[in-house]
Design a protein. Sequence first.
Lengths: 436, 436
Amino acid sequence: MELKDKSKFPKVVIIGGGFGGLQVARKLKDMPVEILMVDKHNYHTFQPLLYQVAIGSLEADSIAFSLRKNFAGQKNFRFRNAEVTKVNPEKNTIDTTIGEIAYDYLVLATGSTTNFFGDKDIERFSMPMKSIPEALNLRSLILQNIEEAVLLNTKEERAPYLNFVLVGAGPTGVELSGALAELRNHILDKDYPELHKDHMKVYLVEFQPRVLGSMSEQASKGAREFLTKMGVEVLVNTKVESYDGNEIKLGDGKTIPTKNVIWSAGVMGVIPHGISKNIVERGNRIRVDSVCRVVGFSNIFAIGDVAAMITDETPKGHPGVAQVAIQMGNHVAKTIVQIINSEPTAPFKYFDKGSLATIGRNKAVADLGKLKFQGFFAWLIWMFVHLVSLLGFRNKIIVFINWSLSYLTYNGGARLIIRRFVKGGVTQNGHMPKDN
Amino acid sequence: MELKDKSKFPKVVIIGGGFGGLQVARKLKDMPVEILMVDKHNYHTFQPLLYQVAIGSLEADSIAFSLRKNFAGQKNFRFRNAEVTKVNPEKNTIDTTIGEIAYDYLVLATGSTTNFFGDKDIERFSMPMKSIPEALNLRSLILQNIEEAVLLNTKEERAPYLNFVLVGAGPTGVELSGALAELRNHILDKDYPELHKDHMKVYLVEFQPRVLGSMSEQASKGAREFLTKMGVEVLVNTKVESYDGNEIKLGDGKTIPTKNVIWSAGVMGVIPHGISKNIVERGNRIRVDSVCRVVGFSNIFAIGDVAAMITDETPKGHPGVAQVAIQMGNHVAKTIVQIINSEPTAPFKYFDKGSLATIGRNKAVADLGKLKFQGFFAWLIWMFVHLVSLLGFRNKIIVFINWSLSYLTYNGGARLIIRRFVKGGVTQNGHMPKDN
């Protein structure tokens, strides 16, 4: 499982090709190290646009980019498409689905996954949206349930198929509820002449007192107004008690019949086996020192969503956003080179570039330092920032065209059920086409 | 399961949203009929470009188009996403996975599927490519097997993963083998620095004496020359004896170790239960009269790949190409209106517009009536014809951009393993990521 041309350069193994892992490998280009990236997918996922894949506005291929293609030509880079099962710090190796791999330096850039907070029913019946396969499952579920609604005759029978409940009003919940509202407002009547848009309802449920809790008060207020105007029912200060696949029970006693619960109420770090529970913080994140080194180890680093750098300034660690992962990745690449050269290292400092969230057509909110604004201009900035951040020229141009056409026609998106969503082996209505 | 607003117009049920079914529904727009289209997919598939999805040059969403979106606004059109299990001609209904549906006129536009000629091993171990899910499976298999090859050390160990055997040298086999040769020639070394292009081999196996047997001698000769120049080993007059998943045995005694056999050696019509075997011809096609009416029935039609119109001019029926389906669809729509109006009907006449096949960059062959030519100009025509035939402005523009970028960079295509190909529940190497 070793690289064939063994060099004398130290070997840096990066687990994960997300924003953080990508940055480490990029910054180590031309450095005297051998890089091996391991990822269970052969592509980088641009997570901020996952919700547009789920709603069917963008193809999965537009927001993903082949890791091999991205690093083609970088001579010190190798890639392995595998899952990591365990870290063995005592012998400086990792166990993977394709065998054991040795490292001199290890970077855990494993990211995060959905946190159901131990509720097995919610985990079983609700839909997460943290990866491309999950977004595609969600897309199929949404479209399949609208197809089911077409077959039913009364508003009551249709309700569970046309009620969409998003739990967690972070950027994902806000952006996806806005996109669902636009589907309802502009597309439902056209594509499904049997249905009426009043039959479809979108709920956004949040335990905290406001949506976009990590952004400013102004952003929260703006986002909530936009959502309400688009017809989303925003329920703040509201806890989810239970969900059984047919009905969601809320803390205030309210119940909503629904087969569509999308869970974006929390994330947790993805930690391979072999990392002691003693250094795992809240949110399943690994405690790191000021240079992102995992506490207790000299040659293992953790960055991004899986890292908890607890300082006086950041008592809960850094926010789980792309910028943190990118900046930590940068810092770790630099630190590894400094360690190799026996140079002094410097502590990591996060530079907050601000936050953006979009709600819909011409509607976004922006917190850029002291500048806080909402509406059309924020939406333009949101689009620009996301376009330039996308990996690959092809992806940028294809996303741009898709957005332009959607803007002009009010009817973007292919809305194809390419693979039916199948939970537990059968679809909700019990049948499954042969060539799924 | 009936349409709610029952009108007095006769009800035309169309099974299948391929080239033929689509045309029937289009031509019946504004006619005094109620149309119900039933398809197991909610989209139309542009089959001529499936091979580009398989090779990873195009997204699935670019060659598929939502049937609902396509007919949005056509007042007499309704759609049901379901599979048809049986036709009940005695009571003018069909059984489907969403219940029984009544018709006054029924159009079978069910198309064709891969014909393995009863060989269970070949069916089990080789890959068909007649639908988008199948093309995506093939894409994943190709990329997964190249990833496997990276993990192996000798040319011999790698061979089964890097030998690609295409059986059947019709347009699909020719186009896909050309695309695989281009992957080998331009991309393999770049994306997989551990591999060398000499390790990958592409074979095109054909039982008949020439490739593209349905086209002219000139086209066959041109295609074969192009393929050979690109490094494809073309084996004509060669039968496949057996394939066990690891090794394919050919009629001449040759064996090739390979985990990649793509089977495009034959198709057969898809016939729902309830149609008597007595009227089923060679290739599993339903015998129809001169207006595409199924023999023995006054109100059931069959068109395209599933129809066999046996006449003196067409003793084997018409070729299984899009143009036949489209022209038959047109004719059947006209015929149904004539029957409703008690007007005389006219026999179907096929107008052959010619054939095109592409082999690769700047390389195609064209038979357009008496004009037969090969090379760059044929390739331009091929691209033009396919672009204008694609459904939807968005798809046309996105395919055009993908092609342009591929042309400029020699490195188009996203090549993502979005869903791992899993045969019989486990991947070839026995592991499967959790969020497949």
